[in-house]
Write a protein that binds this ligand. Structure first.
Ligand SMILES: Cc1cc2nc3c(=O)[nH]c(=O)nc-3n(C[C@H](O)[C@H](O)[C@H](O)COP(=O)(O)O)c2cc1C
Length: 192
């Protein structure tokens, strides 16, 4: 007898990586609005604040010993497991100096280590998934281009889809709630 497919698709799992250096900032507020109004039905969501999961300075061990990295522990393990489980990676990242905050950059540097942890296949886990960017900056949206360009290249490198960037304007927490265009875009952001 041949096995019949149940037809039920596995739920999408959105990992929101909050890289703001303050709680309740503009970027988090915008991302929460987008999540409340536009996540696909049945989608699961996990939120992690990178500031709550500090990582030590990254070490390049690729050409040291056999080039493998030790089994991740502590915050590194938490971040790795959340990343492996995600179908959708949402970078909730304010623009800092035109690009990604240090905490996201450090987290991404750790991917280089996770590629080399025996028994971990991060590329396979992420392949076919989607990368999203939610960002807020004080200046004009074009100044977010280096950040967006970086994330698009990473998506491409990882054979992931680029979902898009939701860009808001603000300086003090709450400012983004006055950015009507961003609020409208948030309503349908994750449906693209
Ligand atoms: C370290 C730092 C660097 C920043 N760099 C930029 C920048 O390059 N361009 C810009 O328009 N705004 C910049 N800003 C302003 C923030 O993007 C803005 O205040 C944003 O609301 C911060 O996000 P949050 O409210 O989610 O914490 C910077 C803020 C900080 C703290």
């Amino acid at each position: 007898m041949t096995e019949q497919s149940s037809g039920a698709e596995a739920p999408r799992r959105f990992l929101f990586l909050d890289a703001s250096s303050r709680v309740g900032g503009n970027t988090e507020q915008l991302a929460r609005l987008a999540a409340e109004s536009s996540l696909p039905e049945g989608a699961e969501q996990q939120w992690l604040r990178l500031a709550d999961h500090p990582l030590p300075p990254f070490q390049d061990l690729r050409h040291t010993g056999d080039g493998s990295y030790p089994e991740p522990v502590g915050h590194e393990r938490t971040l790795l497991e959340a990343t492996q489980a995600a179908t959708d990676l949402v970078f909730v990242a304010p623009v800092y100096w035109y690009t990604l905050p240090t905490s996201v950059k450090l987290y991404l540097d750790y991917w280089s280590a996770w590629f080399r942890v025996p028994g971990v296949d991060l590329r396979a886990a992420l392949r076919g998934g989607t990368v999203w960017d939610v960002t807020v900056l004080a200046g004009t949206a074009d100044k977010a281009e280096p950040m967006i360009g970086t994330l698009k290249l990473i998506a491409d490198y990882m054979e992931m889809r680029w979902g898009g960037a939701l860009i808001g304007n603000g300086t003090r927490p709450g400012d983004v709630l006055n950015d009507e265009q961003a609020l409208i875009a948030a309503k349908s952001f994750f449906t693209s």
